[in-house]
Design a binder for this molecule. Structure first.
Ligand code: SAM
Ligand code: SF4
Ligand code: F3S
Length: 471
């Protein structure tokens, strides 16, 4: 999934622009790499770390796979379908190899970590397999592959955070950026492969995060999204002065860099989001009023089997608290239909929870068993596929009503919008987002990317607010 990440519908033009800058005019590189990414925002942020490691070692980036000497694919394992997409893409690369015998193909990320050497056996065209904690070793692995050997490094680390690496903003719009604040996950939700592919949770040095955000602001960026699988468990103790930094404190430090720098974050685990975080959000205008709070199921029995460690009631109480402290906060979620043993009654509870929360946005999936997870080992994937799909469709249909309702409620209101670029559908229009993460399109007039404008909404579609800049 690439949720908060990119809005490709509105801004595909930015890619060419960024690569032109990266190519550095006349500078010649020893080889060109092409990299494409799948999965969550953290994976996309990792791609920027990989680009940095490669560029520091004399490689140049190209947006064109066919002309590249090295092709990397940064992969996701979260659902079977995500892995299938990667396999299909690798098959396409096969034809490139026929025409270019020296071409090196590397698989990075979660699928590399999950399948390890098996990848080399299954996908004959792959030369390099690198897990998420081993990107510093890429230059050495490329050398091995250039020498005709297959190269693998899937070692997970307890302390790697790439804190000292300045990510190269490969596909950037120059306005919004991701900043990784932690890696890994300790939660062991029974359906989830992430703890196995990303390893133990570790937080990144707070000072390095604040420095990165400051540099981004100085470079003209106006929004940072602080990223982690569970940002609310961020915790750092400064070695020199012994000062502890919680997620709320970190967010505050970033917000204080400038009132012109917007701060977003993802993802919050319902068991960990604190009042301290909500109060900090309320205190700063530039911390966006938007929370992604994945619930996964509306049934306490299923939540227990999922090892989410909260009940339906606990989750509802969190939502109530958010709405009490941040009345206009945007709220989104993730839900899984058809988890092991899920009954019609459980499914109805998911629907009724959705009715209660009326999410602005929801990422809805049907359960996909992942090898090696707790659920795969302990439970039977016993909900038939057609039932999973029907339940998923019911969740989608209900959510459509809520999201349209949420958009319609905004018609007539005025929002502060950070301009991110040109609307894909119309050159004469710009687009940006409001505090609650909704996309707003409006006439270009004299306005430019990176500026803030107040836009009065006069109509909407299911996914976009449409309006005009007011004085
Ligand atoms: N860390 C986040 C959290 O705790 O909610 C979620 C990260 S996960 C990368 C994104 C979403 O993928 C999850 O919230 C879940 O809804 C979905 N997901 C994870 N494993 C899945 C599976 N085996 N089948 C279907 N959906 C899955
Ligand atoms: Fe997966 Fe749960 Fe960790 Fe999220 S919190 S990454 S769903 S194990
Ligand atoms: Fe992200 Fe997919 Fe890995 S969702 S952490 S890239 S399994």
């Amino acid at each position: 999934m690439l949720d908060l990440a990119t809005d490709k519908t509105h801004d595909e033009s930015r890619q060419g622009e960024a690569y032109a800058i990266l190519a550095g005019g006349e500078k010649q590189f020893r080889k060109y790499f092409y990299i494409e990414s799948y999965g969550c925002a953290m994976n996309f942020a990792d791609t920027e770390v990989v680009a940095s490691v490669l560029m520091d070692n004399g490689f140049g980036a190209t947006p064109d796979a066919e002309s590249a000497d090295l092709i990397f694919i940064n992969t996701c394992s979260i659902r079977e379908k995500a892995e299938q997409t990667v396999r299909n893409r690798l098959t396409q690369f096969k034809s490139f190899k026929k025409h270019k015998p020296g071409l090196i193909v590397g698989v990075l990320g979660c699928m590399a970590e999950r399948l390890k050497n098996q990848f080399l056996e299954e996908e004959k065209l792959v030369d390099i397999v690198v897990g998420p904690d081993a990107y510093r070793t890429l230059p050495g692995l490329i050398e091995e592959a250039e020498g005709g050997q297959k190269a693998v490094n899937v070692l997970l680390s307890r302390d790697e955070t790439y804190a000292d690496i300045s990510p190269v903003r490969l596909n950037s719009n120059g306005v919004t950026a991701f900043v990784s604040i932690m890696r890994g996950c300790n939660n062991m939700c029974s359906f989830c492969v992430v703890p196995f592919t990303r390893g133990r949770e570790r937080s990144r040095d707070a000072a390095s995060i604040v420095r990165e955000c400051k540099t981004l602001f100085e470079q003209g960026y106006r929004e940072v999204t602080l990223l982690g699988q569970n940002v609310d468990s961020y915790y750092w103790v400064d070695e020199k002065n012994g000062q502890r930094v919680t997620f709320a404190m970190l967010m505050e430090q970033v917000a204080q860099l400038s009132p012109l720098l917007r701060v977003r974050f993802s993802t919050s685990h319902p068991k960990d989001i604190t009042d301290e975080v909500l109060h900090t959000m309320a205190k700063y205008d530039n911390i966006c009023n938007y929370i992604h709070l994945p619930v996964q199921s509306g049934s306490t029995r299923v939540l227990q089997m999922m090892n989410r460690t909260y009940s339906r009631e606990w989750y509802i109480a969190k939502v109530d608290r958010i709405r009490e402290l941040l009345p206009d906060c945007g709220l989104s979620t993730d839900m899984i239909a058809g988890f092991c043993t899920e009954t019609e009654e459980d499914h109805q509870k998911s629907l009724s929870l959705m009715e209660y929360c009326r999410y602005d946005l929801a990422y809805l999936y049907f359960y996909s068993e992942r090898p090696g997870t707790l659920a795969a080992r302990r439970f039977t994937d016993d909900v038939p596929e057609e039932v999973k799909k029907r339940r998923l469709q019911e969740l989608i249909d209900l959510h459509r009503i809520h999201s349209l309702e949420s958009m319609q409620k905004d018609v007539g209101k005025t929002f502060k919008v950070l301009i991110e670029g040109t609307s894909k559908k119309n050159e004469q229009e710009l687009f940006g987002r409001n505090d609650q993460n909704k996309v707003i399109v409006f006439p270009r007039e004299q306005y430019t990317k990176g500026a803030y404008v107040n836009v009065k909404v006069d109509r909407c579609t299911a996914g976009t607010l449409i309006g005009k800049v007011t004085a």
